[in-house]
Design a protein around this ligand. Sequence first.
Ligand SMILES: *[C@@H]1O[C@H](CO)[C@@H](O)[C@H](O)[C@H]1NC(C)=O
Ligand SMILES: *[C@@H]1O[C@H](CO)[C@@H](O)[C@H](O)[C@H]1NC(C)=O
Ligand SMILES: *[C@@H]1O[C@H](CO)[C@@H](O)[C@H](O)[C@H]1NC(C)=O
Ligand SMILES: *[C@@H]1O[C@H](CO)[C@@H](O)[C@H](O)[C@H]1NC(C)=O
Ligand SMILES: CC(=O)N[C@H]1CO[C@H](CO)[C@@H](O)[C@@H]1O
Length: 703
Amino acid sequence: HSVSCGLLILIVIFSQNQKSCQMLNDSTVGIFRDSKELRLRRASIRCCVMSADAFRLALCSHRLLELDASWASEGLTGASVVSGLVSSPECSVSLQRLSLNGLHLDWGSLEESCVGFSSLLGLRTLHLANTDLTDDILEDICSLPHLESLDISCTPVSNLSALLQCKNSLRSLIAHRLRQLNMSPSRLLFVLSQLDALRHLDFSDDRPPAEDTDGRDGDEVARQLLEGSSRILPSLVSLDLSGRKMIGEAALAAFVESRSGLIFLGLLATGLSSSHVLTSLRNLKVTGEANENQVCEALRKYTERECFVQKALIQLYRLTTDADTAQPDMLELVLGAMKSHPSSLHVHLVATACVFNLTTQDLAEAMPVSLICSTITQLLHAMKTFPNHQQVQKNCLLALCSDYILQDIPFDRYVAAMLVINWLSNHQDPTLQRMAVAVISILVAKVETFKNSRITQLLAIVQQKAMVGVVDSTLKFALSALWNLTDEMPSAARSFIQCQGLELYEEVLESYYNEPTIQQKILGLLNNIAEVKELQADLMDEGLLEHIVILLKDTQVEVGVRYFAGGILAHLTSKAEAWTLDQDFRDAILKQLHESIITWAHLEREMVSYRSFCPFCPLLQTCQPSGVQLWAVWAIHLVCSQNTSHYSSMLERDGVTELLKALAAHPDTHSDIQRLVGSILRTCKWIKFYIYSTKCKKEKRNS
Ligand SMILES: *[C@@H]1O[C@H](CO)[C@@H](O)[C@H](O)[C@H]1NC(C)=O
Ligand SMILES: *[C@@H]1O[C@H](CO)[C@@H](O)[C@H](O)[C@H]1NC(C)=O
Ligand SMILES: *[C@@H]1O[C@H](CO)[C@@H](O)[C@H](O)[C@H]1NC(C)=O
Ligand SMILES: *[C@@H]1O[C@H](CO)[C@@H](O)[C@H](O)[C@H]1NC(C)=O
Ligand SMILES: CC(=O)N[C@H]1CO[C@H](CO)[C@@H](O)[C@@H]1O
């Protein structure tokens, strides 16, 4: 926008999320160079990759009130930001809030030793958490005349005496996790107790259990702070002591009772959060582990503190193990934790378990779809980040393994299937394998352009199982996935062949002769291949076909298996010109097809479903041998009688009705086929009439 009327405009550059971080860089930030047309007041280049020069040229000529350059990378250091700001006559007086969390201060590089934070005379709020702040710099900062709020968490400062300089203005001090503090408890308590204007004090510390003895002095100061009378820090309304041990309930009670205006207490990992003195204080916000409110408060408050986040998540997990109502707010907090600590194993280990408990089947259905979508994104991120961590993968798979999520929620199924398959190819834990294959078999059915090379991995599972001869759900799922994968997907069928799938399947078919569920899935896949004209030559293998004929003939074998055997043979024999084996063999197969099919009993249960009838069309031509026609007609009759409304419209759509009518009318059509065709056409006509008449009734009622 071009701004002409000289109005003061306020632009906030949002770069809180990763996307906008990628957008704001040396070249794009250049659009802000013209400080006459565009007047920036608040700028955030948080997490951006930017050089010191680009920063100075584009941003320092504005009269900035606020700047957040936390976690910026590339050339920006604390020193370059401050010298840039100081060099601008505008900023050096206007700036009130500055955040440089996570930056390398690199103070030694400052050329003029007289430049420092104290040159930014208007500064009221300064955030320097996770920097290399030193005692000297702190001394300089504390000489700022209006300093109200200071965050020096996770820095190596050792001496807080400098704070005495700003004791009349400082209202908020965040001094979380100061590990190198080197002051006696009495001296520290003295300094703190002089801060008369202080309303908020954060003196928390997160320590892994192994380092529990390190913070004893700090714990002692915390205890004395609580016990001291309300004359110490008289304005205090918010105190965070999370992680401080051995304070004791008596000290807490004394503190709470002497301060009526308290609004916040941080008590996570202090052992005090379930203290009875807290129960009566309704308006007091508390972080801790005693109840859901405290745990959620901790997750909100400590987003950036990994150790606290992990502790709070462990409590949340405890609270959700028997969750029976949907809690979208909680799920949101868990996702927030995962996003804030994208590479923390500790956080993801617990967070993924929480996600599972918060989304088990019907709970997920009661939550907003967008929330479940971002949950899946986070789960996939976790799977990608911790590819070899068994428990994280297990939690993610458990959460994904839901019909609702896999079927109804929009997400990148291709990426998901890749992650699961990649994991599967490197791991052999049977429970997880079963789950992974179950997830894949649903995913691949939905992914249209599935990368074919991955078939190898599913084949490896089949091979591994077949070698020991077991029949388990992993084997069945792998076979189902391959079957679905190749359904009307010639490219997938081709790579199956290239991956030596046929050789493997021929072996498996023979070694599992008495396992109809296995045979059905194998023959189902071979059917998919037989439907593809260009691949039929690959099936012209006398050994394989003889074996399939045996299955077709065997009256002891289930019709479900013989049906697929018939399908393969019907497709292969339907093209006389493509038949490369012995002609007598083809004639024998055709004869056998007719003789077998006519004896098959009608099946009640659903055995197969078709996405289209197109593969049947060549088989229904009037010139085809009766064995070929009979198989196709029997198949259509089967699915139409099981799900008439669905398949009768497919008959119309794929032009099969016309072919059936032509067959019925042709004088050479065998009477067995005539009979079945008549039955199909009657059923479908009836359903068409039924649908038509109910529609008319509805329309009448509506008018
Ligand atoms: C800066 O970001 C833009 C937009 O994201 C990108 O097209 C450009 O290549 C980036 N430039 C540099 C120097 O990184
Ligand atoms: C701490 O800093 C104060 C000045 O701010 C100084 O007088 C004191 O000697 C320092 N203490 C130590 C132990 O360095
Ligand atoms: C939560 O997960 C644990 C295992 O991680 C399981 O034992 C428990 O049943 C789950 N609770 C719910 C409500 O799903
Ligand atoms: C018929 O098939 C369609 C599509 O596969 C399916 O949605 C529907 O539930 C089936 N109906 C019956 C009665 O099986
Ligand atoms: C068309 C097809 O092959 N569908 C199969 C997909 O896999 C499921 C089992 O997971 C079978 O039941 C379908 O018949």
